[in-house]
Design a protein around this ligand. Structure first.
Ligand SMILES: [Cu+2]
Length: 173
């Protein structure tokens, strides 16, 4: 009982005080047996209420712990790397630059860089990926898949716009 929720305990104390005031007011008209029975009943009720609110608090605590564990175990917090049918798909958006600018991906697996454009009319649509000899003009809106062979761990692959102004990097680990 080292982490009692102070709020519910406080509520319980106020409730007990109110009930005992009522009982004391009427004590002279009650016989002793009823007074004792009422006291026991109120105490039990208080304990039940206190236990329930305590349980709700600890249930919320364990929920929070579960979601925290899920977040920290996610290797790609940006969510732009997915493995589909044994192929690694890396999605990168081109519009006024590239997003995300840095991606961590898996080595030793055939990969596709999927370039997404959404009304992209700036020079980020003119893309070069020197490491694989790619040079192309992405459509103003759509998806363009660029095949990247399996990479050795530690390799970095850069995508650069035609002017060399915007770039993105994929780190294979
Ligand atoms: Cu540019």
């Amino acid at each position: 009982m080292h982490s009692l929720p102070p709020e519910s305990f406080h509520r319980f104390l106020i409730f007990e005080q109110q009930m005992s005031t009522i009982i004391h007011k009427h004590a002279h008209t009650m016989n002793t047996k009823i007074f004792i029975l009422a006291g026991i009943a109120i105490t039990l009720l208080g304990v039940v209420i206190f236990t329930i609110s305590n349980r709700e608090d600890s249930a919320q605590k364990s929920d929070n712990q579960t979601s925290t564990t899920t977040d920290s175990s996610n290797k790609n917090p940006l969510g732009n790397v997915n493995i589909v049918d044994g192929k690694q798909i890396i999605t990168i958006t081109a519009k006024g630059g590239y997003s995300p600018k840095t991606t961590v991906a898996k080595a030793n697996i055939p990969t596709v860089i999927r370039m997404e454009t959404r009304s992209t009319f700036d020079c980020s649509s003119a893309l070069t990926i020197p490491a694989v000899g790619y040079r192309g003009n992405l459509p103003p809106s759509g998806e363009t898949d660029i095949d990247i062979p399996a990479q050795t761990p530690g390799t970095k692959i850069n995508g650069i716009c035609s002017m060399g102004m915007y770039r993105f990097t994929v780190n294979f680990e």
